[in-house]
Design a protein around this ligand. Sequence first.
Ligand code: NAD
Length: 416
Amino acid sequence: MTANNPYEIARKQVDIAGKYLDLNPGILEMLKSTKRELEVHFPVKMDDGSMKIFTGYRVVHNPARGPAKGGIRYHPDVNLDEVRALSMWMTWKTAVVNIPFGGAKGGVCCNPKEMSLREIENLTRRFTWEIAPYIGPESDIPAPDVYTNPQVMAWIMDTYSILKGYSVPGVVTGKPVELGGSLGRLEATGKGVFITAREAARQIGLSLEGARVVIHGAGNVGGIAARNFSRAGSRVIAISDSKGGIYNSVGLDVEKALDCKDRSQCFLTRELEVEEIRNEELLELECDILVPAALENQITEKNAPRLQCRIIAEGANGPTTPDADDILFDRGILVVPDILANAGGVTVSYFEWVQNLQELFWSEEEVFDRLQKILCRAFAETDQIARQKKVSMRTAAYILGIQRVAKAMELRGIYP
Ligand code: NAD
């Protein structure tokens, strides 16, 4: 196996959970493959008048339980295997929280940090045109992921609507509220990380008041999670972005730090009166809760033996490799797996889709209330399987998710 190839990891995780399930081997094989893989190469007009060719993907892993659902990522490292893995994780995630969706993911290999807003808009609109025959509110519904945001969703929705000849808000979720986005969607993933970490803390008798929290990757997910922990009285002692992190053993002023990053695109150590810390060091800090919220493969067999946390709440998708998982399990570190910890985003995306179809909108309170219920139920169901089968929360979540998807496939049968 190629070192830490996310698709190989995603397939391996299915095998691990599969051992606990009495599955038809054909169904298991299908669960380990994707249903549809679209790769497109398309031109974009750049600001200097030149034309650049970009590569994009949209992969559907499994739509047995409903329309496929998953974000779109803009990043220089985007590749087919990464998108395949992310689409597979979406299938399990939607099943774990028991919402009627399947799994999909998309991405464009590009560096948005080096592109103007107009170039990003041109890229988004052309990419949407390329994948338009395959997306739609009943078939495959994109959402934001790394380096995409509500504005990008607005451009996708507009382009798709122009192609259709009428407004189709349900084609994407994570839209601006003014265009039919759901209240609470922007905060949903980070809030879900907080809610599931709180449940995990309760399990091990850890009080959130005063608990030391470390956040790796303070983007949408990490930033919101940090705010929630801080409001609950926890001490966020370190936080980072792709350039590096900041540390204060007593606890950072989270609002001030995030505000500084918004204004200056980085954490200014002098203004914040904090120490600088490298991302590798930050992951190994002594703390109670570690939230990896950036990219895949950050916790590996190399650093897992050195981690000094009690709980890992995975905001990012795929931050921990299977080898690292074994080490963490043996060391008694409780890992709340990505397909549960960051499922708040897709759950509120589901609420957004429902609101778009009904053309009836809910209050923020209603959204968070329903989110909390769904995540707490999913946590309890996963925890019960983990205890019964004496497995990690990740394997338990996979067992739960795979079981639900396999049952749906079995009931639908094979056509013709
Ligand atoms: P984002 O673009 O808002 O933030 C990503 C953050 O990670 C940025 O602050 C960036 O500087 C930082 N980062 C990038 N590379 C890093 C590195 N090597 N080390 C440390 N920090 C690094 O993206 P996001 O939407 O917050 O997504 C973060 C993760 O959460 C991804 O794995 C994504 O798939 C997952 N996720 C996001 C959502 C969502 O609703 N946005 C839902 C579920 C899962």
